[in-house]
Ligand binder design. Structure first.
Ligand code: SIN
Length: 278
């Protein structure tokens, strides 16, 4: 197994692993170490095998079922993210950490690329441990005590989601309590495995800051969103057919770029359960 870092802040490609063949405990321990060290890891040229993808995801933890996006009919633990040619991409577009509107947001996701546009459709990752570490001591002090409110409502009721609610799209939504729930998370979370602190707000699901007026909170959140996605804190993944990405939502935000309207893209996502951010 060879690990090739992709940027100065995080992300690494792992070579020499065939996920569908099953992983020994020793190999998985190395993969898990790389996952924690790099925040997101990538594998290329893996065969299409949903059973193997789910089994691989299970090494990281129990599988999470999305509260709003429907899984595949015969595989509720897998979301098929299918964008047809001629449509805009609308899933995962914009910076976010998966399901941060849940009391226990997802630990991470395992995403398989099956149909890849000839260009475009990359996914960008921003490393929130690095973003936190690069803040001034004064800003860290301010943020360390703050709490943010997260909710799924605005993101999932945007005009672009209409067809998904009506069942007219390749991706379908189902009504759930998560649509109206609001949950509190610290603005800075400590990673339960590495002990590193990371920024934990995102423009898709963070609604406001607790105990602050909108006028006070908005400029601070806007600053954090710009800071958190600074180019030097990111890496960008160019998908190829058969590639897999595994990211750690406790340390990384991601953004699926919507720049390939003329082309189809098909991905399969399996998500791993997480714990309450502290
Ligand atoms: C997601 O946010 O899970 C989607 C990522 C992608 O399609 O690249």
């Amino acid at each position: 197994m060879e690990i090739r870092p992709l940027s100065g802040s995080g992300g690494a490609e792992i070579l020499g692993v065939d996920i569908a063949r099953g992983l020994s405990n020793a190999i998985f321990a190395d993969i898990h170490r790389a996952f924690l060290d790099y925040g997101v890891i990538f594998f290329r040229d893996q065969p299409f095998d949903l059973d193997a993808q789910v089994a691989f995801a299970r090494h990281f933890g129990d599988i999470d079922q999305h509260p709003i996006v429907k899984g595949m009919e015969d595989r509720p633990d897998v979301i098929k993210i299918h964008k047809r040619a001629g449509e805009s991409a609308t899933f995962g577009v914009g910076w976010h950490s998966d399901n941060s509107y849940m009391v226990e947001p997802s630990l991470g996701s395992v995403l398989y690329g099956d149909v890849i546009p000839p260009f475009g459709g990359d996914t960008v990752f921003a490393f929130q441990t690095r973003a936190y570490e690069r803040l001034s001591s004064g800003m860290k002090k301010l943020l360390d005590g703050l709490v943010a409110i997260h909710g799924a409502g605005p993101a999932f009721s945007a005009p672009t989601t209409k067809e998904k609610w009506e069942g007219k799209s390749t991706l379908a939504y189902q009504m759930s309590d998560a649509m109206s729930a609001e949950v509190e998370h610290p603005v800075v979370r400590t990673h339960p495995e590495t002990g590193r602190k990371a920024l934990y707000v995102n423009p898709m699901f963070t609604l406001r800051l607790k105990d602050m007026t909108e006028a006070e909170a908005r400029p601070l959140l806007e600053f954090l969103y710009v800071h958190a996605a600074r180019e030097e804190f990111t890496c960008r993944f160019r998908w190829t057919k058969g590639a897999i990405a595994v990211w750690d939502n406790r340390a990384v935000m991601h953004n699926a770029l919507d720049d390939y309207e003329a082309y189809e893209r098909v991905m399969y996502r399996v998500t791993v359960k997480g714990d309450k951010p502290r």
